[in-house]
Design a protein around this ligand. Sequence first.
Ligand SMILES: [Zn+2]
Length: 115
Amino acid sequence: MKPERFHAEVRKLRELTDSYDDLSPAHPVSVRLEKEHSRFGDDTYATTRFDGDQYVIQVWEGYLHHGIAHVKEMLVHEWAHCLAWDHEATSSDDEHHSDSWGTAYAKLYRAFIER
Ligand SMILES: [Zn+2]
């Protein structure tokens, strides 16, 4: 998948989540492609962090070759972190895949992948 297609999927996800209060994070979400895998952990291809006034999702560009289905699930996974942190007011690793992350993931999955 080319970066253009990736950014088109991000736009679709934004449009979708903008229309549902419970899928819109409380802060803006910036989604960036990173060329260098060295910015990530060994088995990690995407990360999300809270950066003062916005959420920042970084995706390794090399992951795009896995294709649209995997990339959409990755976006939903990371977007769910933003929603979960809205409620937990923290981005600490202890609560990485918390119950509220799981609930957000399920809602996003139904809306963005199963629709
Ligand atoms: Zn995660």
